[in-house]
Design a protein around this ligand. Structure first.
Ligand code: BG6
Length: 493
């Protein structure tokens, strides 16, 4: 057991009912239901807690249970014994007809019954794991059934969790948001980006705030550039329709910008919601807006070679599965420091990492010799969870020559640390506790689209044309992505 020091904050979830719309969908099966099970298994769920699954499919109880055990097994969770019985004992299913008033009336009655059965007093978390186009219908339905009333005290509450990309364009996202606001207040809306809930991502801020040696150097005086990589071995995983309509830029941009913000924003006065969001917004506000030609000149998009042969993909599809781009931040901390970001599907082994590359040494002994960038601080988020710092040291021996070395800090080295909540588990706890800190404000959602829109417009003007490159599966993307950084005299790590 390791002893913690100083500041220690714990978020406790409130007793509640968790209502999952879209319960038979891909997101529910891969992320949300495993996270709900994980909360029960790790004893992190509230004491009085139930889960109402909602979807359009008709399911008998045995079908529901076999579906749940199947998806938990596929998620690699050992779902058996008391844990499984406890989880299943909290789960109920309701078949939906999202457009029927009667359905919402029935839902209200069912929630009252479940509240009574599980000792919950009208505290409800509605998770909309459904396409953004359906958000308005469902929120109107639950509002009209009186289920969104939130008196702002803690005797009862109603909250909505929604998933990115919240729409397919800035206009659609704003329209979806306006639709949600007809039924709910901003304080009830939790826009989830699960990257903010990742343990190592949280550690970026913890490390910066607790160790002044790092944050003091986290600026243009010491840092040459920043790199962010989110590579996945996986391809479409049955999400052809989603990809064909949206492409990787819309799918991943929110994650990429959150990683950049958490790495580079000024440290907030506290980790409380308002302070944290205000600093994050100031960081986004320091990224200059660009016209579409300027945005496209600093970006590369590509498709993996076999993409158009995937079942369900159009022969001439222009959906990108890879992006790389460069941007600058115009504030005192970062002026002149480029941020290089790339993300891709089928780009070899899964790799998610953030690297701060320090300037080259200027000492006279290195005059005339390029030893590259010896100091790189890296947060590895996947698959390793560690931090590394590379440096150069004297080679042991009689001569004075130098060797590269890497210091590594493994992140979870004790058994109890391995039981930490996963990204979705953590964010569900925060939502049940009513803490919006790790969720995106409407301004962040808008900024994401404002950043992305000029790029999308440039690409749309040239669909499938010369600006859509290809790359072999398992590679680091197209040669043009390498050229994007190499033309600045740098290289991807
Ligand atoms: C999701 C994207 O939000 O994040 C997926 O829709 C992507 O396309 C996934 O695969 C990556 O998340 P993680 O946590 O597995 O790295």
């Amino acid at each position: 057991m390791t002893d913690t020091i100083g500041f220690c904050q714990e978020t406790r979830p409130d007793n509640c009912g968790f209502v999952l719309f879209g319960a038979t969908g891909d997101l529910a099966g891969k992320k949300i239901l495993p996270a709900l099970f994980g909360l029960c298994q790790k004893k992190l769920a509230p004491h009085n807690f139930y889960i109402l699954l909602i979807a359009r499919t008709a399911l008998t109880r045995p079908e529901l249970e076999s579906r749940l055990t199947g998806l938990l097994a596929r998620a690699g969770l050992s779902a058996e014994g008391d844990c499984l019985a406890d989880f299943l004992g909290r789960v109920e299913y309701l078949r939906a007809d999202y457009t029927s008033v009667d359905f919402y009336r029935g839902l209200a009655a069912r929630l009252d019954e479940l509240d009574a059965k599980h000792g919950v007093s009208k505290k409800r978390l509605f998770y909309l794991a459904i396409p953004p186009a359906a958000f308005g219908t469902v929120t109107d339905g639950i509002r009209d059934a009186g289920l969104l009333a939130d008196p702002g005290d803690c005797t009862c509450w109603s909250r909505l969790i929604i998933e990115k990309p919240y729409g397919a364009s800035l206009e659609r996202a704003c329209a979806v948001d306006a639709g949600l606001k007809q039924g709910a207040d901003e304080s009830q809306i939790y826009r989830i980006d699960h990257f903010t809930g990742k343990e190592t991502v949280q550690n970026v801020l913890a490390l910066r705030s607790a160790n002044s040696v790092f944050d003091e150097t986290w600026n243009s005086r010491c840092i040459d550039h920043v790199q962010i990589t989110v590579f996945e071995a996986l391809g479409l995983e049955g999400r052809t329709g989603f990809f064909e309509n949206l492409g990787l830029a819309r799918d991943m941009m929110s994650h990429l910008l959150q990683l950049a913000a958490i790495t580079a924003m000024d440290l907030p006065a506290s980790f409380r919601d308002t302070d944290f969001k205000a600093e994050k917004l100031r960081f986004f506000g320091s990224i200059p807006a660009r016209e579409r030609a300027a945005a496209a000149a600093c970006a590369v998009r590509a498709q993996y070679e076999g993409y158009r042969r995937e079942p369900g993909v159009a022969a001439g599809s222009a959906a990108e599965t890879f992006i790389a781009f460069r941007f600058f931040v115009d504030n005192d901390r970062w002026r002149g420091v480029p941020f290089y970001v790339r993300a891709g599907k089928k780009t070899g082994a899964k790799r998610t990492k953030i690297s701060l590359v320090y300037k080259k040494p200027e000492h006279g002994v290195f005059h005339g010799t390029d030893i590259g960038y010896p100091n790189v601080f890296t947060f590895n988020i996947h698959p390793e969870e560690d931090m590394t710092f590379s440096l150069i040291a004297k080679h042991p021996g009689p001569k004075l020559c130098f060797v590269p070395r890497t210091m590594r800090l493994g992140y979870r080295e004790h058994a109890e640390e391995a039981a930490a909540p996963t990204d979705y588990e953590r964010l569900l706890i925060e939502a049940m506790a009513g803490d919006q800190t790790l969720f995106l404000s409407v301004f962040e959602m808008q900024f994401m689209w404002e950043f992305l829109s000029p790029l999308l417009a440039a690409w749309q003007a040239d669909p499938g044309g010369g600006s859509l490159y290809t790359y072999p599966e398992g590679s680091d993307g197209p040669a043009q992505a390498a050229a994007l950084i190499e033309k600045d005299g740098r290289a991807w790590l």
